[in-house]
Design a protein around this ligand. Structure first.
Ligand code: ADP
Ligand code: MG
Length: 233
């Protein structure tokens, strides 16, 4: 049952961010087309041609990366755990969610620990949890001028701490009480499955979630996960 509703929620979530990805992929394509035309139509020095080609390659690589991450997230969940770098998972998820933030006029701020953050986890599930929380934070900023989501990842004392904070609509006491129950949603297109799946997944990894939310001011989620043996040495 857990896997099933996680899968449904994922399909829903993946389809909700698809439109922003399509939109975002257009930009690099337009840029690459422009540079290729320039290269063909004008007599440019070799150096400049090389520079333009480098820009095209890096634009295409970034696009390829976003699309392959997106596709890997839409595959069915496998049930396994491995030592995995939370910092890397967070970066990959953010690349997929950045277009969604752009489309909603929400700024993203990121602060990372210096090195990798090893945890024992199912990487696909963890990315889904991150995507859920980041997506909720972005959606909380809907219609808020200067909407901002900030992410902060640190690793100390055997624990990874991830803070996801937004300056969006926040929650009332009553909403906070109902948070994480299946099908609780305040959104017209909401499933109310994202958080309950995420809470379960975090608990299964031996982690904890706490939150502080102020109605009409914003919300801060704090996720703590045990670092894996590899990191502890
Ligand atoms: P959905 O996003 O489909 O509504 P979730 O389980 O992800 O379902 O979230 C449930 C509800 O929790 C949301 O509808 C919203 O009311 C509330 N919520 C979650 N995250 C936030 C947040 N960052 N700010 C404000 N409300 C939130
Ligand atoms: Mg959600």
């Amino acid at each position: 049952v857990v896997i099933n509703y996680a899968q449904n929620e994922k399909v829903e979530m993946i389809s909700q961010v698809a439109a922003s990805l399509v939109h975002e992929v257009r930009n690099p394509l337009t840029a690459v087309k422009g540079f290729l035309k320039l290269i063909r139509e004008s007599a440019l020095e070799r150096d400049r041609v090389h520079r333009y080609i480098d820009i095209c390659v890096s634009e295409l690589e970034r696009t390829e990366y976003i699309l392959s991450e997106y596709l890997s997230m839409s595959k069915p969940l496998k049930d396994h755990q491995e030592s995995t770098d939370l910092r890397h998972l967070l970066r990959a998820t953010l690349e997929v969610m950045r277009p969604y933030a752009n489309m909603n006029n929400v700024g993203l701020e990121e602060h990372y620990s210096a090195g990798p953050v090893w945890i024992l986890a199912n990487p696909e599930k963890t990315k889904q949890v991150l995507m859920n929380l980041i997506k909720n934070a972005i959606e909380a900023c809907y219609d808020i001028p200067d909407g901002k989501v900030s992410l902060d990842l640190t690793a100390t004392n055997g624990k990874a701490t991830l803070i996801i904070e937004d300056n969006g609509i926040g929650m009332t006491e009553d909403q906070i009480d109902r948070l994480g129950s299946v099908f609780f949603s305040t959104k017209s297109k909401g499933t109310g499955l994202g958080l309950s799946f995420s809470y379960q997944a975090i608990r299964a990894m031996g982690g904890t979630v706490s939150l502080k939310s102020v109605h009409r001011a914003g919300t801060r989620f704090t996720i703590m996960l045990p670092l894996s043996e590899q990191a502890a040495g």
